[in-house]
Design a protein around this ligand. Sequence first.
Ligand code: FES
Ligand code: FES
Length: 178
Amino acid sequence: MPGLHRVRFKVNGREYELEVPGHERLLDTLRYRLGFVGVKEGCGRGECGSCIVLVNGEPRNSCLTLTARLNNAEVTTIEGIAPPGKLHAIQVAFIETGGVQCGFCTPGFIMMAKALLDRNPDPSDEEIREWFTSNICRCGSYNHYVEAVKKAVEYLRKGIVFFDEREVREKLHLKPLG
Ligand code: FES
Ligand code: FES
């Protein structure tokens, strides 16, 4: 169809081939075409970080990224950082340190934390704070999130990458899965 661009890319390891308008944002493709609703829209203009996903391992604001330019790219969203039924150590650390309040900003922070720890497995407090400067949390959980990254470092150092989601829910008295 004229005006549409064919793009083939992977999201969370699965290949997709789509025809999209040139102006379509990756945020909309992920949320509304493909159903990855863990990707959040806050500001819609690159200022809050709630829409951050990884593109070829690099954190990107999906509200500023055009899907048509992503041919052959590998995209990872919060839904793809752990296999089904598991939670990544970073997710568990974020829950355990109690920073998550409304949770709207949390996927963006977790994707940033993943990108940081993939590069630097033992960041200092200062490096974590510096890394998070592109993310905004309206609930003010910044200190908790720094603690969460340090806790994730401990898990990963012990070789614990994934947790069983059901066990985490039971341990933390969270609502059971539907
Ligand atoms: S929604 Fe993309 S940075 Fe705010
Ligand atoms: S937990 Fe509410 S915006 Fe961060």
